[in-house]
Design a protein around this ligand. Sequence first.
Ligand code: SAH
Ligand code: SF4
Length: 345
Amino acid sequence: MDFYGLTQEELRTWATGIGLPAFRANQLFTGLYRPDVMGFADIKGLPRDLIGRLANEFRLFPAEEHTRQESRDGTVKSLLRLQDGKLIECVSIPTSDRHTVCVSSQVGCAVGCTFCASGQNGVERDLTAGEIVYQILHHHRRRPVTNVVFMGSGEPLFNYANVLQAVRVLAEPEGLGMGRRRFTISTSGVPNRIRSLAQDEPQVTLALSIHAADDETRNRIVPLNRRWPLDDLMSAMDDYSTLVNRRMTLEYVLLADANMSPEHADRLALLARRYGAHINLIPFNPVTETPHIRPTTTQVDAFVARVTEAGGHCTVRGQRGADIDAACGQLKKKQIQATVDHHHE
Ligand code: SAH
Ligand code: SF4
């Protein structure tokens, strides 16, 4: 059992199930979220035989750091090796008042957007809640984590139960105590799960990876759109915004060859206005074996001007960690490539 996959209540249930008093479970739970505690033996006042039993029962750390890249701007990208040997990445992005960690929700991704490295080989498996929580703990020791974004590999809404469990665990007041509003779930657009999210976690921020506001363009770059076209997605977004009073974000990767015409800008602005959404523009980060072209600064500026003129509120996402392969999936891809090259030598 993953210790860090459990809520405090679940740990209490386990403890009372084996005849331990509830205060023990609380002592364990609060203890193991202290930054200096690395194991059960570090918790003061635990009976020795219980430490042995706990160590047999629970897995504490489901991953280890395989590679680490540090950017001059302070961004740290860690490639974690899970116990079955699979690799995932998580990125720590410190600013003056925040420490944001970008986490993965799956190994690989089934969606296969044409500009993304994570989806190039499909999905391998879902991450457990413990594996998701661990990514935050991994960077938490450096500095307390204030924000979590599900923007690493994987489609979080295809691993819905574990993603929500991780949010519940991280929000535990006697654990890390992170407020719900400090989480952003980014999705390529799974209509029924968007509706569920409005019911289950209305405080979490929703970011929609829209990338095009017409079916013809979106079909081409986000294959999921062929299964759930914009009409279906917008119907879910309508339901979501009826229930949830928070501003959602639209994410839009800027691909010079695919989605940057004046018409694309107009359609995007129209869609954003319908939901009062903020638009995050992300200039494409070149990924090997993807067919796209990174826009020039002039092209980005022209797109921003057009969106703004059409009444859309947008910002261009800063290039954090640009010197360390910042794009989603890039570090892993390079690592695997290096391994493959090594085998061929
Ligand atoms: N699967 C979810 C969350 C992970 S992807 C989703 O698609 O929303 C998180 C963000 O990274 C998405 O907005 C995606 O468009 C962006 N992204 C992926 N590859 C990129 C690239 N090569 N350059 C810039 N942004 C990229
Ligand atoms: Fe999957 Fe998101 Fe990458 Fe698309 S952008 S392939 S949905 S991880």
